[in-house]
Design a protein around this ligand. Sequence first.
Ligand SMILES: [Zn+2]
Length: 415
Amino acid sequence: MKLIFLSLLSLSICCIITAQNTVIKAGHLFDSKTGKMLTDQIIIIKDGKILDVGTNLKYTTKDTLIDLSTSWVLPGLMDCHVHITDNNPYRKTNRGLHDSYFMESSAFRALRGGYVAEQFLMNGFTTIKEIGNDANYATADVIKAIKEGWVKGPTIFYAGKIIAPYGGQSRGVNIENEHAWEFEYIDADTPEEIKKAVRKNIYYGANVIKMVTGDNGIYDVEDIKAAVEEAKKYGLKVTVHVADKAGATNVIEGGAAAIEHGFGLDNIQLQLMKDKGTFLVGTDFSFDNWYSYGLDSATATTLTNKIIDRLKRAYTIGTKMAFGTDIIIDIPGLNRVQTSLKVLQTWKAAEIPAAYILQTMTVYAAELLGVEKSKGMIAPTFIADIIALKNNPLEDIDAVKNVAFVMKNGKIIKQ
Ligand SMILES: [Zn+2]
């Protein structure tokens, strides 16, 4: 009896000690829903979630206080198009995909994935969408390692292998090596094959489905619908790579959640996306990004100007957008996030307001990922993914390159 009483007592003492909250004093707080910067806010965090946020909230000396009164506090950032296991100079050549398969094992790719995942987290990206080209499901192991606590990384939405018409994104492979691309792609050319490919990816850990159209063959509306309906059974969304514009209308009409890239989308397609609620994840490469991929200066300039034009048109039309970068070759001297954030040059050149860019990195990205009720905002019941910047991002969006504080799931990662 005495023993039971004592253990109950120690349990209650333990609960009193762990019941304390974490409190953030935010000098400036970005309200991602309205795009406005609030001042002098208090954020109260308990058990990894935001309990309350507002001015003059009460807290006690038992609470853990984090003073960010001279900082700009934002929801954790999200990048909706990354390839964490890849950093691949081979891809400067047409044979790049296949050279990488011979030179780098899935194990090596997973190790790189852990290294890059940590870079994303430490630079303020608490959520990323890993979108394929990750060897033989290497990212599935990165996700496990993060859960085990072996490596630090953001929450990862994961696509598994890319589902594509015959040939993946390969060009010119001889018939004796016709299956080589299946290292990173699943050939699927009918609605039934597409459904099977969706199920296979889910089996190996995918929680978002990625397809490619327009590189080697174009999917019909029925093909896209097959993927969308199969994925929907398991609560997942489908996103589709459309490099330029071919096949985009089928993707939109088929009900996909997003188009990735879409560098050549015309105004009719952008309007149709707006009407259907299809997101654009624009992967808006800057000149520096193209140049680092080995393009000559004239071609890099042409492509960059094309993307600036598409970005401007999408913004004017009102197509929903979520931020995505798509970097697979780091610029020498820069890490993955520093290289990725070069895309901000393109957003600035297109004169997109900083508040809107931040919304594509937070609240709109959360909507695309289907987590708009738990991520992308600093609001009661939301997961406590919170970052702080040293400068005001509404004055200059480049302030997101200087992250002073990172919290993921209520745990301080960087301070
Ligand atoms: Zn990509």
